[in-house]
Design a protein around this ligand. Sequence first.
Ligand code: ADP
Ligand code: ADP
Length: 225
Amino acid sequence: MSLVLDNVSYSYPGSTQGLHEVSLDVRTGELVAVIGPSGSGKSTLLKLVSGLETGHAGRIALDGEDLSHTPVHRRHIGMVFQSYALFPHLDVLDNVAYGLKLRKVPAEARRRRARELLELVGLGEFAARAVARLSGGQQQRVALARALAIDPRALLLDEPLSALDASVRGHLRDQIRAIQQRFNATTLLVTHDQEEALTMADRVAVLKDGRLLQIAAPREIYERP
Ligand code: ADP
Ligand code: ADP
């Protein structure tokens, strides 16, 4: 249940087809990896769910609520991008607290919540640091803490590990998966990395030319002759 796409299509202005009749159910707490070649519609899928692109045909629903007319900040969706997309002028704590501030959570409560999440991702000591003075892996853990701080109804991870060194990637993969399970977060993970899909995903959705070709357990997807 939880995140449901029913026959979703989307064309970019000038008629580039982004998605074509995609239907997909992500259950509560499930992590679905979205794979497919460049241009297959992975980013488009995430942008439609997040509300960064609007005007799709078909239905996108979160916990039964049709999102067609729900603006980005009311969707209550946590996002993590390949490029971290942290606010460079804010320190680590204020980055994590940002979404809570937007939602008018009082200052003391949001600092407390942000601290909790920083502890959870192992960055408790870095609260007052400028984000530019963190490593890539640390910045991505801040981004994850920020995404989770709002108690999201769904989590969208857009190639969260692909900018990182291989040495950091393995550890962070396990950490993100453990935290995602602990939060029982309904999650879409866009990735190009087979190892990532195999170790993190409950199911893998394969896109090609804007269509959903297949959705199945990771082993079924990758262990074909
Ligand atoms: P990646 O495969 O690394 O995700 P994309 O091919 O999705 O990269 O492109 C990255 C950005 O460029 C996205 O924000 C996407 O919306 C935009 N983009 C991709 N294709 C086009 C296009 N034909 N015209 C305009 N913008 C595009
Ligand atoms: P992926 O993330 O899998 O690389 P995208 O969702 O970015 O794929 O792209 C799907 C299709 O939509 C591609 O044909 C791409 O060129 C096109 N597209 C993506 N973003 C834009 C955009 N902003 N404007 C026009 N076409 C786009």
